[in-house]
Design a protein around this ligand. Structure first.
Ligand code: HEC
Ligand code: HEC
Length: 379
């Protein structure tokens, strides 16, 4: 990993700038009245249950965004895991199985489908990788979106030129843009992620994708979803995006332990989990040159066989975007699949580029391990 030394000798106010944060679910400080109004309207839409009459389904996972992003408040992480699949072949690459219904399973169907004797999606035989994915927290995502591309690219080192064993490369979306959102760094913007979430989690068609999803790729019998397409418009997508964009990142607990944080850096955890970043200049004063805790470089890393399951068109099995470590104190299940129930398990599952950090952790005295865990629990 290559880190640019950005410290100027004098007059570098952003280094000293206070860190931005708020209570879980609250808006960023410094929003205008109009923006606060959009935040509140967006939150209402995020919490609203869509009905089949409005276009929900015919295959879907949940009727509301908040069903999956509700802990400890609206906009947070969730306990409702989804199932993701893919087929990987080292010679031909990643197949997201679009012809068989795509990489996300929709496990619920509307009553009209049930009455017609149809089933929710099943895992097709062609899937070579299957995983559960737990919904991440959305707190602070607007600040992530306001980082310059350079702030992210300056940390990448795909060929590991500095020879520290940590490469890290940026995710790239299908249009060739730098992708910073999603657990696999698949999306360039909050808007594009949300446009997809509306479609694939709720079965609502959009102006960009006005066609219904097909269960495991099979044609839909007529009359399963009579709502006219598109079922939501750009106005709704914009409102949801503003809500997510304006959510503040959370603050560590008062037990925040500087010694624990030092151990975190000494072990090499911060080589990927970059503690703080600062946004670029922005027309919106609430996002303009703001420093915030992120504990992520937003890059893809090879995490080894322990975490290898699905692939995406832009990443091979085992590659994951460094997860931001914000709001850990509200959580009790970790890693993309939620299978690690405490921080020792989390670190044990760090392989690949993170093996040296894991091995360094294993060599710590019990007392120092404890200090590190106390620090993680405070975030
Ligand atoms: C059935 C559960 C479920 C529902 C419903 C759901 N999400 Fe998510 N959400 C997830 C999961 C799982 C991920 C991680 C997926 C990934 O990264 O590929 C995610 C990721 C996200 C992200 C990207 C987070 C990041 O760190 O980059 C955003 C933004 C988001 N969801 C917004 C929404 C919005 C808005 C809605 C409603 C339209 C919604 N979600 C509905 C499960 C859900
Ligand atoms: C090579 C980069 C890298 C290094 C070094 C690294 N991590 Fe990670 N970390 C990741 C990635 C990538 C994930 C996401 C893996 C997944 O979900 O499958 C992750 C996930 C985590 C999580 C789970 C977060 C969540 O929300 O579920 C914690 C906690 C964590 N790391 C702590 C640490 C600690 C402590 C260290 C040092 C001992 C460390 N990491 C070193 C890349 C790294």
């Amino acid at each position: 990993m290559r880190v640019l030394l950005l410290l100027a000798l004098s007059g570098c106010a952003s280094i000293e700038a206070p860190l931005i944060h708020g209570e879980p679910g609250t808006p960023l400080p410094g929003l205008t009245e109009d923006q606060l109004l959009r935040f509140r309207e967006g939150r209402a839409l995020f919490g609203r249950a869509f009905t089949p009459g409005e276009g929900l389904g015919p295959i879907f996972n949940q009727a509301r965004c908040v069903s999956c992003h509700d802990l400890p408040e609206s906009g947070g992480h969730g306990a409702e895991a989804v199932t993701r699949i893919s087929h990987y072949d080292p010679d031909t690459g990643c197949d997201p199985l679009t012809r068989l219904g795509g990489s996300l399973l929709q496990s619920v169907i509307v009553p009209a489908m049930r009455e017609a004797g149809l089933q929710p999606e099943r895992i097709p035989r062609e899937a070579s990788g299957v995983t559960m994915m737990i919904p991440p927290s959305l707190f602070g995502l607007g600040l992530v979106g306001a980082l310059s591309e350079e702030a992210i690219l300056s940390r990448s080192d795909p060929e590991d030129l500095d020879g520290d064993g940590i490469s890290g490369r940026p995710g790239i979306d299908p249009d060739g843009r730098l992708a910073r959102f999603g657990l696999r760094a698949t999306h360039a913007t909050i808007d594009s992620f949300i446009e997809e979430a509306i479609r694939v989690e709720m079965g609502l068609t959009t102006p960009e994708h006005p066609d219904e999803m097909l269960p495991n790729g099979e044609p839909l019998p007529p009359g399963m979803d009579p709502a006219p397409d598109p079922e939501v418009g750009d106005a709704e997508i914009g409102l949801l995006s503003d809500y997510v964009r304006f959510l503040a990142p959370t603050e560590p607990a008062t037990t925040h332990d500087p010694v624990g944080e030092e151990i975190f850096r000494d072990l090499g955890c911060a080589e990927c989990h970059t503690p703080t970043m600062t946004t670029a200049s922005n027309d919106n004063p609430a996002l303009d040159r703001k420093r915030f805790r992120i504990y992520s470089d937003l890059l893809l890393h090879d995490m080894g066989r322990e975490l290898a399951d699905i692939c995406t068109p832009g990443s091979v099995p085992g590659e994951w975007r460094t997860t931001p470590l914000v709001g850990l104190r509200f959580r009790d299940a970790f890693l993309h699949h939620g299978q690690a129930l405490d921080f020792t398990m989390v670190i044990e599952m760090h392989g690949g580029e993170a093996s040296p950090a894991r091995d360094a952790f294993n060599r710590l005295s019990p007392a120092r391990k404890h200090r590190l865990v106390v620090f993680l629990k405070s975030l």
